[in-house]
Ligand binder design. Structure first.
Ligand code: UGA
Length: 430
């Protein structure tokens, strides 16, 4: 099929390359000329394992990029994969989506025949029907349900395994309101579903598809927070929380994933999406107590980590090594990283901070140019009065003699990853 993707960010680029991989002709439309040029040269504008290879293989053939929306008129289906950031009060900011829908609608005004527009971005329930569709019909002059249809196809890929998650999904969710839109969406996904060994395909309405994305992320974020709540109780009783959580994970009704207790969840999705669905729920008169509690537990974990540190070292004037700046291992993304509230609190308390991360240092430096950065965990630990472990990078599990260089070997582990050894004062958050 002929597909167009509006937006070549993290999701847009990944799905464009993957749709090309399963046999579709894909054109990626973006206003950024550098990204468009890179894609056409066969270079992925973001780093994701396996993406470089797919872009290099399909660019110039089944995958191309352009800044010109007119290319959309030669396609049957358009996916809107534009950012949906947060406003200060947690509400979703739809300004970029609306602008994209306006340009798309104006382009479709000059297309004869039917077109399907699918929301790929995470948007709160009813956005596609109540906000996007009216812009499209107004700009294009087309009639919804006749020569224009809308759809919603939420994305569940994770940073660091985006290509694999897209090509081998647990499920595919296709939201549509008409038979024609449903048939078209199914046609887009048929080759992927066949290649992935027939994962469940959930065919549903557009608003249901929008809500499934928030329910998915909200549930996972709340699951981690509940694990953290339980682990915090364990800590107070001096019970090994890992043994408890591993045991409950064996119950198939609970499951073992996303029970990793520690300093909490961050990233570009969980914090934004949980805040957005809480704000949206309140707008329609419902106060989501569980999701609110998930946020509160998450906000408290870095505070608790600092509390553990204070039991051994006064941060005022202390040199504190922060090990891990990325929001999770395997990425250089620092958005909503737990390292951010921790570094803020350490600086407020008068600590001298030295940060280390295998790949995220430059991104962190942009936000915190005033702190010191080390090239290795060893160098960060050298002369430090304490170390805080914030991200569960596998290399931190191998640290051993590196702790010998600390001025006072106090290690406060926010991810339960450091191997305990003689000669260090080891304190885990949970
Ligand atoms: C998350 C979801 O997992 C994806 O399914 C979804 O598509 C994506 O958001 C999105 O909405 O775009 P991602 O943000 O890449 O993906 O990261 P995760 O691997 O889910 O981790 C999120 C946070 O939870 C990280 O800070 C991680 O350290 C933390 N986490 C994860 C824990 O604290 N404990 C765990 O057991 C698992």
């Amino acid at each position: 099929m002929q597909l167009s993707i509006v937006g070549s960010g993290y999701v847009g680029t990944t799905i464009a390359a993957c749709f090309a991989e399963v046999g579709h002709d894909v054109v990626n439309v973006d206003i950024d000329e550098d990204i468009v040029a890179a894609l056409n040269d066969g270079d992925a504008p973001i780093h994701e394992p396996g993406l470089d290879e797919l872009v290099a293989e399909h660019a110039g053939d089944r995958l191309r990029a352009t800044t010109d929306y007119a290319a959309i008129r030669d396609t049957d289906v358009t996916f809107l994969a534009l950012p949906t950031p947060s406003e200060d009060d947690g509400h979703i900011d739809l300004s970029i989506m609306k602008a994209g829908a306006r340009s798309l609608g104006a382009t479709l005004a000059e297309k004869d025949g039917h077109h399907l527009v699918v929301t790929k971005s995470t948007v709160v329930p009813t956005t596609t029907e109540a906000v996007i569709a009216p812009i499209l019909t107004e700009e294009s002059g087309k009639t919804l349900g006749e020569d224009l249809d809308i759809g919603m196809n939420p994305e569940f890929l994770r940073e660091g395994s985006a290509v694999e998650d897209f090509l081998a999904p647990d499920k595919v969710v296709l939201g549509s309101e008409t038979e024609r839109a449903g048939d078209l969406l199914r046609g887009v996904f048929d080759p992927l579903v066949a290649r992935a060994g027939d994962p469940p395909v959930v065919e549903t309405g557009v608003a249901e598809a929008e809500m499934i994305k928030y329910a998915n992320n909200g549930f996972l974020a709340a699951k981690i927070s509940l694990a953290n709540d339980i682990a915090n109780i364990c800590k107070e009783y001096d019970i090994d929380s890992a043994e408890v959580l591993d045991a409950i994970g064996l119950d198939h009704r609970i499951g073992s994933s996303f029970l990793g207790a520690g300093v909490g969840w961050g990233g570009s999705c969980f914090p934004k999406d949980v805040a957005a669905i809480i704000a949206a729920a309140r707008d329609v008169g419902y106060d989501p107590a569980m999701l609110q509690a998930a946020v509160e537990v998450n906000d408290r974990q870095p505070v608790r980590l600092l509390g553990r540190l204070r039991e051994h070292v006064d941060p005022d004037g202390a040199r504190v090594a922060v090990l891990g700046l990325a929001f999770k291992p395997g990425t250089d993304d620092i958005r909503n990283s737990r390292a951010i509230p921790l570094v803020d609190a350490l600086l407020d308390a008068g600590a001298e901070v030295v940060g280390y991360d295998p790949v995220a240092t430059e991104n962190f430096r942009e936000r915190y140019p005033g702190i010191e950065y080390a090239d290795s965990a060893d160098a960060a630990l050298d002369g430090a009065d304490a170390a805080l472990v914030v991200t569960d990078w596998p290399e931190f599990a191998d640290l051993g003699s590196e702790f010998d260089g600390m001025a006072t070997p106090v290690v406060v582990d926010g991810r339960r990853i450091v191997t305990r050894r003689d000669g260090i004062v080891y304190e885990s958050l949970v």
